[in-house]
Design a binder for this molecule. Structure first.
Ligand code: ADP
Ligand code: 5GP
Length: 202
């Protein structure tokens, strides 16, 4: 299964994904490509594949992205190779913006789309400021863009409000677990069970 997580910058997507992956233990994270410079705390190939614009544009021409978009002045994209490789063994989580989520919606039916909402505008500003990883201009740009991004919440299958972190992580985990138990999703796993009932000797 593919889980698409979106929400304004600073709402807590990375933090929540990290917590839920640690708790579930069987979710892969799709590492995106970006032309944005790395933040001090970020690790190459773990948080992002940091690439020059020329490399990114070549990948676009070669149709190597499932989706890509310009966000807050930089290019970001999900490579097909990344999703295919990680998706072979496990469910995959994408942390992408609302434009990217729209592309995934039309290209990959069955993906589960989850929107992370900040509790209130002022708290988003405080979180972006407290993170100390973006310039004041970058923070302002992210806050301006948040206004349009949050209006897209009703395009998503589920919404999690990230007020209290422990509760939000539990909510996100519940959404993922419930999605995995939909009858259509369970069909493959249930085949041997159903077969065992066909043999006439339950
Ligand atoms: P995003 O990935 O959506 O840009 P982050 O996960 O980097 O956001 O979170 C932004 C900042 O807010 C980080 O410093 C993080 O520790 C903090 N944060 C995340 N969730 C909460 C929360 N529920 N309460 C308080 N601070 C939070
Ligand atoms: P940040 O620079 O804060 O890591 O990310 C900025 C925004 O870009 C966030 O909304 C994040 O979800 C989004 N983003 C990260 N990777 C991708 C991607 O591969 N594709 C798209 N469309 N957006 C992405």
């Amino acid at each position: 299964m593919l889980f698409v997580i979106s929400g304004p910058s600073g709402c807590g997507k990375s933090t929540l994904i990290r917590k839920v992956r640690r708790s579930l233990g069987d979710l892969e994270f799709s590492v995106s490509h970006t032309t944005r410079p790395p933040r001090p705390s970020e690790r190459v190939g773990v948080d992002y594949h940091f690439v020059p614009a020329k490399t990114f544009e070549r990948m676009v021409r070669e149709k190597r992205f499932v989706e890509w978009a310009r966000v807050h002045g930089h290019l970001y994209g999900t490579s097909r190779a990344e999703v295919e490789r990680k998706g072979r063994r496990r469910d995959v989580v994408l942390d992408i913006d609302v434009q990217g989520a729209r592309q995934v919606r039309t290209r990959i039916p069955g993906a589960v789309h989850i929107f992370i909402m900040p509790p209130v505008a002022g708290e988003l500003r405080r979180r972006l400021a407290r993170r100390h990883e973006d310039s004041p201009e970058a923070v302002e740009r992210r806050l301006r863009n948040a206004r349009a991004e949050i209006r897209a919440y009703d395009e998503f299958d589920y919404v999690v409000v990230n007020d209290d972190l422990v509760k939000a992580a539990a909510d996100l985990k519940s959404v993922i677990v419930a999605s995995r138990h939909k009858a259509g999703v369970m069909a493959e796993r249930l085949k041997p069970v159903l077969r065992s009932f066909q043999k006439g000797r339950p």
